[in-house]
Ligand binder design. Sequence first.
Ligand code: SF4
Length: 360
Amino acid sequence: MNTRDSEVVSGLLQKSGHKICHDPAKADIIILNTCSVRQHAEDKVWSEIGRFKNGKLIGVIGCMAQNYGQGVFERSPNVSFVVGPADIEKIPGIIARLSKDKAIFERKIFETEGECRPEEIYHTGFYQDKNHAYVVISEGCSNFCSYCVVPYVRGGLHNRNHKDILKEIQAALKKGITRFTLLGQNVNAYKYDKVDFIKLLGRVDAIKGLKEFSFITSHPRDTSIDLFKAMNDLGKLKKYLHLPVQSGSDGILKLMNRGYSRKFYLALADNYRKIVKDGALTSDIIVGFPTETEEDFKGTYDLVKAVRFSAAYIFKYSSRPHTEAFKMADTVAKEDKEERHKLILDLQKGISKKNAKKPD
Ligand code: SF4
């Protein structure tokens, strides 16, 4: 999502006369599009901001902007503007205002009040890749998983009109782009008027000239047998599903507010393998969630062993401000998180290696 948001901002700025400069030392304006999903991502941004000398216009946008608000200016006085994810269309105007002001480094502009992005921002026609485009189908998320900051920084789920999505794809095709990834925090909850996610997939698949497409990310609770059937049947849709499980313990899944059980997930994975021929299945896993016991962890370990993901991204839990889990004591010791992380990582590495060796 942030990769696409950066493109959107680049597209808007280019439309208003700016040029992309690949060397930060030579750039007049530096914009850091930030992520708040883990503490580590934020730490990198704070140290990155410090590297830029005065004399440049520095902006912090994205989830950290929303999360820290005016606090960004206090921590990093060289920052001139802070813009949340729902206000990115205002960036060219903010830069114009700041650039006119001789004392730009004295002024601070702060915009984190927006609720909904205007549709036009997705139609600047700028994509970094000449062959592939990310197309946002929905913004935000209303699931409120207890560890996740997304609903607080990106707002509730908002689906784009399917007509606008198809229009964006058609315009990109005219530029020669033939491969697409449909994007959203929870794509399979998509619904606009009578068009749900499966219908949208069918409409994208039917676009003339489009060669291949995929989607990310899906929520297990919104994943169905019908989706698997569509994945198998639609000729241009990649047989790839990223389906974050997060934990293999029912107790932890409940505390995470994920809305499904271990049994439900295992059945989904099983059906996916049966229905989607040669389909790849990947996942996200968090170890060390508050109260996670050895037994809970074993549940996750055994699930990874049973499902045999094509790949899995394993994270050590870090508490995020505003979230429900932030209110819980971070009970799992750092060393235990590290050990559990390593155990699952090693297990998955072994599985991935064996999968790679499988004959076609
Ligand atoms: S579904 Fe994903 S984006 Fe939405 S709250 Fe849960 S983890 Fe966050």
